[in-house]
Design a protein around this ligand. Structure first.
Ligand SMILES: Nc1ncnc2c1ncn2[C@@H]1O[C@H](COP(=O)(O)OP(=O)(O)OP(=O)(O)O)[C@@H](O)[C@H]1O
Ligand SMILES: [Mg+2]
Length: 310
């Protein structure tokens, strides 16, 4: 298999309910006007978007041989993702998140045991003849991979020359922000974080100081700032970008906006468009994603993106 990007991380079903007439309360029923079932998980959304943009992408993650597992395989194929490296476990339940979407914020309930159980020695690279880039998603959630990331990076580097690596840690559900993540950061090329994550991991109080600290360990630090765009330090130079459409009237749902942003950047990076252009594409892909429910979005979104990033 000749791949441009391999994703290692989380893939689950997202069940999104929106236009709710209240907040959940024990013993009561609330009503939703809309209900969507989508590809979810930071790794799943990233892989689907990158593939939808035209990059040959595959993903290693664990799913069950159940209804949601089959749904995810079928959906990922629609976006063009190679699903041949998914690990399917019989009798186990595919991860799922129920997301209650309220305007600019959301409340989520997740069952992700199977995703968390992925171990380093279950990851094999024998299928691949070539590999340009590897993206790791949701570091703090991948309980059994944490200790093995550095070895995995070394193994991949010894097999494929010029391969590059990115990591999006996402949130730490346990709110511990363990400093072992620095061992991984030191061994990769691109670190994607949001405003909260960069402060928590660096232990700093402002974003520039946080970026300064982290850029001592990794060449490219990119911080996503929601509707304010991004701030990045890449190869010693600062880049700042605003959203073109800050008060987006078409805003629907921010699920996976960050993963869309990451995929936009890696699309530009893999295609050698240069840092400035890759960041602009990332911002456009992130902004566009909030106009649609769910992470990866419909085919129409990709038609629009192709026009916008020409
Ligand atoms: N309300 C918004 N309006 C317009 N664009 C937005 C909005 N929120 C996010 N974006 C776009 O999405 C990008 C990523 O957003 P965000 O900071 O929410 O990342 P994140 O926290 O990693 O997201 P995720 O919830 O997917 O992990 C931003 O840089 C911006 O381009
Ligand atoms: Mg994120």
């Amino acid at each position: 298999m000749d791949l441009q990007c391999l994703v290692i991380g989380d893939l689950n079903t997202d069940i999104i309910v929106s236009n709710l007439n209240g907040y959940p309360e024990l013993g009561k029923e609330i009503l939703a006007r809309n209900f969507y079932v989508n590809v979810g998980g930071s790794g799943g959304i990233f892989a689907a978007v990158l593939s939808g943009l035209g990059v040959k992408t595959s993903i290693i993650s664990k799913i069950g041989s159940d209804f949601f597992g089959n749904f995810l395989i079928a959906e990922m194929k629609k976006y063009g993702v190679n699903t041949g490296n998914l690990i399917v476990e019989n009798g186990k339940e595919t991860g799922a998140t129920v997301s209650l979407s309220y305007g600019n914020d959301k409340s989520q309930i997740s069952k992700l045991d199977l995703i968390k159980s992925l171990k380093t020695d279950e990851i094999s690279f024998d299928n691949f003849t070539n590999l340009r880039h590897v993206h790791f998603s949701s570091y703090y959630m991948m309980d059994n991979l944490k200790k093995g990331y550095v070895d995995t990076v070394k193994k991949i580097k010894s097999k494929f020359s010029n391969v590059t690596f990115s990591l999006d840690t996402n949130n730490d559900p346990e709110d511990k922000w363990g400093q072992e993540v620095y061992n991984v950061i030191k061994n990769i090329d691109i670190l994607f974080l949001n405003k909260k994550e960069v402060l928590k991991i660096s232990g700093e109080n402002d974003i520039e100081a946080a970026i300064e600290k982290l850029s001592k360990f990794v060449d490219k630090v990119i911080v996503k700032m929601g509707r304010e765009g991004y701030l990045a330090k890449i190869n010693k130079k600062y880049y700042k970008g605003e959203c073109i459409n800050k008060l987006n009237k078409n805003f629907k749902d921010s699920t996976g906006a960050g993963d869309n942003f990451d995929a936009g950047f890696i699309y530009g990076y893999i295609n050698n468009f240069g840092i400035e252009k890759s960041l602009k594409i990332a911002n456009v892909v992130g902004e566009k994603s909030v106009e649609y429910f769910g992470g990866p979005g419909p085919e129409e979104k990709f038609h629009q993106l192709k026009e916008l990033i020409k």
